[in-house]
Ligand binder design. Structure first.
Ligand SMILES: Cc1cc2nc3c(=O)[nH]c(=O)nc-3n(C[C@H](O)[C@H](O)[C@H](O)COP(=O)(O)OP(=O)(O)OC[C@H]3O[C@@H](n4cnc5c(N)ncnc54)[C@H](O)[C@@H]3O)c2cc1C
Length: 444
């Protein structure tokens, strides 16, 4: 390590701070360029202000993107245990809630503060209020490899980490401008779309359901094919559905809508009857038996009364209406067909998805810099030597539960280490996917 290598980091969010720390730790002279007047602004709003910084369950299915194997390779280099160890050294002790890890203080600010303090301690120059307007890769022999132009200055570096985030939650600083910087150096951008967001639905009845919260299984189908499902507390809003299980499936719905597909949500509103072995036909038979017993005991009740204790009143009325059962009719007068229709609506509550939330409302974006143009062992561009990528700017998005920050820590640490001069003999991942030779765009 020469100790004189100049590393530019563009973006002072989770991934940029981690990259700057990793690079400085290896002796590089690091300048971090951040358009906000503070670093780590988005970290402050994570986990409802408590920062769910990672998760004990690191199953790779929680990471999504164009190349499923890409995140695996990165997390294999710097994963959960390395992250926890690194945070411990920065003084951040964690606590677990069902495997979801938070700082012990339960304050997101302590994560942002610890990162900032560590960066400053290691001598990282925090150039705040500096929006990078253009990034140029200089030809060899110019003394520097990169020139990052801001309004008042041009910063030069021997390596550059682009960690400018996505287009989600722009109030925190990530305005999507990082995509243009990557594009200007020849990189392909997979269309960024809002992810981890509520879903807007077409039916008019949502106005009446607004405010309800119910345990449900949510499935997303595009042109009739199931794409994703999740179980948890669904929140009904005035124009659709929200809540953690909806967030989890939203990236699939939004991408399918963008591809022009017909997207449908299907909710099982009594998921207890469909658990494990009782899924499918067995679950339906069990639910029917349950209702027949309810009918025997309370045949004198009307539909709304019969459903009391199972569903909130507003939902009961909606279910009866969708099943075509008149509100005042006593349950003992229902035909077998009417009961079947009601059970079908309960277990398979269908809704047409019209749209996802806006970038302003989304927690993250799917899409970003195409991973086919990045080496996951180093996070270095395959087109532009010494250009590295980190965080949400890359076409990897995580599920809700600490996976987006884990991605930021992992990719940031790897990018920073290699930008500072850590060497790697060839990219094994690249060799295995056999793309190295066929990359398009002009390598410099
Ligand atoms: C409300 C909310 C809650 C969340 N909760 C969680 C959670 O609990 N757990 C979890 O894992 N994830 C959570 N996330 C997602 C997580 O915060 C992000 O995935 C993560 O912070 C991304 O880090 P990043 O460094 O890639 O990008 P960012 O944190 O967005 O940082 C990018 C930085 O680059 C700067 N920048 C952009 N363009 C330029 C430019 N041209 N020049 C200079 N600077 C620039 C921006 O100002 C910004 O500071 C949440 C997100 C939101 C919005």
């Amino acid at each position: 390590m020469t100790g004189k290598r100049r590393v530019l980091v563009i973006g002072g969010g989770a991934s940029g701070l981690m990259a700057a720390i990793a690079a400085a730790e290896r002796g590089a002279k690091v300048t971090l360029l951040e358009r906000n007047r503070q670093v780590g602004k988005k970290i402050l709003v994570t986990g409802n202000g408590r920062c769910n910084l990672t998760n004990l369950d690191q199953d790779l299915s929680h990471y999504r993107g164009g190349e499923p194997g890409f995140a695996a390779a990165v997390l294999g280099e710097f994963g959960l245990s390395e992250t926890l160890e690194r945070f411990k050294r920065m003084g951040v002790h964690t606590r677990s809630r069902n495997g979801y890890l938070y700082p012990y203080s339960d304050q997101a600010s302590s994560v942002a503060d610890a990162l900032r303090m560590e960066a400053e301690h290691l001598g990282v120059k925090l150039a705040l209020g500096n929006q990078v307007l253009a990034l140029e890769a200089l030809p060899e022999g110019k003394g520097a490899r990169f020139a990052a132009r801001t309004e008042g200055w041009t910063y030069e570096g021997d390596a550059c980490v682009l960690a400018a985030g996505s287009a989600a939650a722009p109030a925190t600083g990530s305005d999507g401008s990082g995509y243009a910087l990557a594009q200007s150096l020849g990189h392909r951008i997979i269309k960024p779309l809002p992810a981890l967001t509520a879903l807007r639905c077409r039916e008019a009845f949502y106005g009446r359901l607004a405010g309800l919260r119910m345990e449900a299984v949510v499935r997303i189908l595009a042109d009739g094919k199931e794409l994703a499902s999740d179980r948890g507390e669904v929140q009904f809003t005035k124009n659709g559905i929200s809540g953690i299980p909806v967030f989890q499936v939203s990236r699939f719905a939004v991408r399918a809508l963008d591809e022009g597909k017909k997207v449908e949500g299907r909710l099982d509103l009594l998921p207890g009857f469909a658990a494990g072995k009782e899924e499918g036909k067995e679950g339906s038979a069990r639910l029917e038996a349950f209702f027949l017993e309810r009918l025997r005991d309370g045949g004198w009740k009307n539909g709304e009364q019969l459903l009391t204790g199972l569903f909130p009143g507003k939902m009961s009325l909606c279910l009866l209406e969708r099943a075509g059962i008149p509100r005042g009719r006593r349950a003992e007068e229902w035909s077998r067909e009417e009961l079947s229709r009601l059970l079908a609506v309960i277990r398979d509550f269908r809704t047409e998805i019209a749209a996802g939330g806006s970038f302003e409302q989304a927690q993250v974006c799917s899409g970003g810099v195409d991973t086919a143009q990045i080496c996951p062992q180093t996070m270095e561009s395959l087109l532009v030597p010494e250009l590295y990528f980190a965080g949400e700017a890359v076409d990897i998005d995580g599920a809700c539960g600490g996976y987006n920050l884990q991605w930021a820590w992992s990719s940031g640490c790897i990018a920073g280490s290699y930008a500072a001069g850590k060497r790697q003999a060839g990219c094994e991942f690249e060799k295995s996917r056999g793309r190295l030779e066929s990359q398009e765009g002009g390598g410099l």
